[in-house]
Structure formats: structure tokens, C-alpha cells
Design a protein around this ligand. Structure first.
Ligand code: PLP
Length: 432
């Protein structure tokens, strides 16, 4: 068996089969159809445990940023393993409660929380959520009003924009001036004074989230330093801050990235907290991608091979049954995702652009991939566990994929494939 980069739970058997925890992906595709998301429950648990173990002995909470993959079975897996959750909508709140998550372990992020979402979060589970991560002054006022109307006090943390460059794609960099997230560093102390003056709010923490797919520790340390400067200034103004939430954003290996291990990131941050005299504080993390990204693959079937004409230097197109509606990362972020045939075959590899059947030139999954293929072969797109299924749409009236969770020897179909009839079940024809 040989291991694959970024996918420790996947292996290539000597007979050429690609297996996930011992289950051949080709066989799963035959049984459940394609496109098919397949997740390793063990890989998800191990990723969470690496954060939790590094935090042992500290007051802490690892809040899974569920927007990365919000399937109920994934949420259930993390809830059972003691995780909290970072949510960004009322829909995510309902989902995580349905999966067995506890309200008292939920932090609520997002720039545009509605009054209804605030109400639901204040009442969730009887106690309300653990904390609102507030992103603006108007949100403080709105939350204060909603909380008082319910006779509640809302626990708040201010999301501060530390203005550090996480060195990532502009669409997934969130900690710089000039993007929509958080309260500017220079305005944070005044915002805390305002929050402390409102009777419907109680200040409990501070947070930031500087971006996604971050592959270095340094930007986190810079951001933490900026947060601790503020904690000291806010506490000097007589407002106590209990927890420090350093957000999520740790990268994974898609190709040759070498992000730090979660344990190393945690250790470095704890050491900085200690060095600055803040070692007693509760620490929160909000990892998304690093808990699920490398735990999942998307399996797709080759429908049509369309070789380019040699006389015009044309490209070879491999048209598969998965598309941008199933996995939008390549189309949206020009993301590079590794591809492996589910069953290796003999013969020369050609260089293919792997594309979906959708009527958009942007509908591609991988460019210039050397693969030996025949129609009917299956391809696994690796590291598809994060920002895959959650971003799937029904464009071109395409039902969304099924999802299978592998748990050791056991297979669970955790989401049935949508039917076409379901896609227009809520629509109405005009009177005839
Ligand atoms: C998206 C997001 C996260 C998780 O980011 P990852 O890169 O998936 O770890 C954490 N916190 C907030 C506020 C987010 O918006």
C-alpha cells in the first residue's frame, strides 16, 4: 500500500485500487452511484483530536466552523467528540442543534445577523448560545435591543480586524483593512466601552479570523499580539475579557503546501499567550477546513473523452459527471485539487482538462492532468471534504450528490442523492 500526499486515510493497493480505510472507491461508486462524496470519520476525529490534545490542561473550546461541511453526520461526529461550533446563520443553528450540538458550545459569527437569527440564538437550548461574535457597532445596538426584548443578556465578543496579511487568496483573506469583516483595531476600545454600557450585553471575549488556507504560523502570532494589545487596553478601561478566540484558517495540503500541524500552531500560540502573561485565559479556535478538508473525496465517472486535434494544438477534454455545481472551488478560486484514478490502468497517460457537463466555460475541475483513462473510469478528487458539498447548487437542474461516511469497517449513506422531482417540488405553474 502506498500513501498519497494530503490524504493519509487513502492508499493505493498493490492491485491498483484506491482505497479509503480499506474500502475500494470504485466499489463505493458502483454501489451508491456518482458523483459521490466519501468521508473518513476517523480522519475527522483525528483532526479534531490534534487540536484538543495540544490544548489539554488549558481552559479551551474548539469550535468547528461548520460552514466548511455542515452535513448532519459530520456535525454529529464532532459533537460526540466534544467540539463546539462556529455558526454563521440561523440555518446553521437549526442544523447543529438537530445533529446534537449544544447551544452552550456555539459561537455565532457573521456580519449580517438578522433580528430573527439573534432571537433564535438567544433562546437556543434554553440557555442561548455561548457567545455572539459581533462585527460592527450597529450590530451591538441591535443585539442589545433584541436581548432586552427577551429579558436576556447576550454574551458578546468583538471580532477585531487585526490588519495582518495572512498571505492567502484575496477572496479568502479576511483580516486586512478594506474587507467587510470585523471592527477596525483603532476603533475596538471605543466599541468595547459602548458594549459595556449596554444593559442587554455582557462582554466575555475577543476574537479575530484572519483568513483561510493559511500555511504559516507567523500571521497568527501577529494577530494574537494585536489582540492581546487590545485586551490589555480594554481591561485597563475596566472591562474584563475572559476568552481569546483566534479564529480558524489553518491550511491543508492540496498539492505541495506544507501548513504547520495543528499541534504546532496551538503550541506556538499558547507559548505567546504565556510569554505575554495571558496564559490563564480560555482559548477558543474556529477551525473549518483543517478538520474536514483532507477527510473527504469526490468520486466522479468519466463520461466522454474528447481528444484535441493534433494539428491545432487543441486540448484533450475529459468530461466527467461531476461539475462546478458539485465542487465549485476550481471555478471560484482557481483552486488546484489533486486527482487520482480509482483504479489505476496500464497504458500511456495523456494530459487532460477534466471538466463537467455544465454549459459554462468556467465549469472545470482540473487542468493539464496526466491520467491514463477510458470512458467509465472513476476519478477521485482529493481533499474535497471542505467547501465541497456545502457549496453545491442545482445549476442546470442537477441533483446534488450523495454522501457516504466510512467509519472503519462500516459504511453509512449519510445523504441520499437528490431526485430531479425534488428540485422543482416547491415551484408552481401559472394558472392555465
Ligand atoms: C470561515 C470561518 C472560519 C473557518 O475557516 P477555515 O479556513 O475553514 O478554517 C472560522 N471563523 C470564521 C469567522 C469564519 O468565517
Amino acid at each position: 500500500m502506498s500513501a498519497l500526499p494530503g490524504a493519509p486515510y487513502l492508499a493505493r493497493r498493490p492491485d491498483g485500487a484506491l482505497v479509503l480505510e480499506g474500502h475500494a472507491l470504485d466499489a463505493l461508486a458502483s454501489r451508491y452511484g456518482t458523483p459521490l462524496y466519501v468521508y473518513s470519520r476517523g480522519a475527522m476525529r483525528a483532526a479534531l483530536a490534534s487540536y484538543q490534545q495540544a490544548l489539554r490542561g488549558r481552559e479551551h473550546l474548539v469550535c468547528y466552523a461548520m460552514k466548511a461541511n455542515s452535513s448532519l453526520a459530520v456535525l454529529q461526529t464532532f459533537a460526540e467528540a466534544g467540539a463546539g461550533f462556529d455558526i454563521v446563520s440561523g440555518g446553521e443553528l437549526a442544523r447543529v442543534l438537530a445533529a446534537g450540538g449544544q447551544a452552550s458550545r456555539i459561537v455565532f459569527s457573521g456580519v449580517g445577523k438578522t433580528r430573527d437569527e439573534m432571537r433564535a440564538a438567544l433562546l437556543a437550548g434554553g440557555t442561548g448560545v455561548r457567545c455572539f461574535n459581533v462585527e460592527s457597532l450597529p450590530e451591538l445596538d441591535r443585539l442589545d435591543q433584541v436581548a432586552r426584548s427577551l429579558g436576556r443578556v447576550a454574551p458578546v465578543s468583538l471580532r477585531v480586524n487585526p490588519d495582518v496579511d495572512a498571505g492567502t487568496h484575496p477572496y479568502i483573506s479576511t483580516g486586512l483593512k478594506g474587507n467587510k469583516f470585523g471592527i477596525a483595531h483603532g476603533e475596538a476600545v471605543a466599541a468595547y466601552r459602548h458594549a459595556a454600557s449596554l444593559p442587554g450585553l455582557k462582554v466575555v471575549g475577543i476574537d479575530c479570523h484572519i483568513g483561510s488556507q493559511i500555511t504559516q504560523i507567523a500571521p497568527y502570532l501577529d494577530a494574537l499580539d494585536r489582540l492581546l494589545d487590545l485586551v490589555e487596553a480594554v481591561e485597563a478601561a475596566g472591562i474584563a475579557i475572559h476568552h481569546v478566540d483566534v479564529g480558524g484558517g489553518l491550511g491543508i495540503t492540496y498539492t505541495d503546501e506544507q501548513p504547520p500541524a495543528a499541534a504546532d500552531l496551538v503550541s506556538a500560540l499558547l507559548a505567546r499567550l504565556d510569554a505575554r502573561g495571558h496564559g490563564h485565559r480560555e482559548v477558543l479556535f474556529e477551525p473549518g477546513r483543517s478538520l474536514v478538508g483532507n477527510a473527504g473525496v469526490l468520486v466522479t465517472t468519466v463520461e466522454v473523452l474528447k481528444p484535441g486535434r493534433t494539428n491545432d494544438g487543441g486540448k484533450n477534454f475529459c468530461i466527467v459527471d461531476a461539475a462546478m455545481n458539485d465542487l465549485v472551488r476550481p471555478a471560484m478560486y482557481e483552486a488546484w485539487m489533486a486527482m487520482e484514478p480509482c483504479q489505476r490502468r496500464e497504458g500511456a497517460a495523456l494530459t487532460w482538462d477534466v471538466v463537467g457537463p455544465i454549459c459554462e466555460s468556467g465549469d472545470w475541475l482540473g487542468r493539464d492532468r496526466a491520467l491514463a483513462l477510458q470512458p467509465g473510469d472513476r476519478i477521485a478528487i482529493l481533499s474535497a471534504g471542505a467547501y465541497g458539498m456545502v457549496m453545491a447548487s442545482n445549476y442546470n437542474t442537477r441533483p446534488r450528490a450523495a454522501e457516504v461516511m466510512v467509519d472503519g469497517d462500516t459504511l453509512h449513506l449519510v445523504r441520499e442523492r437528490e431526485s430531479v422531482a425534488e428540485l422543482f417540488a416547491h415551484e408552481r405553474l401559472l394558472p392555465r
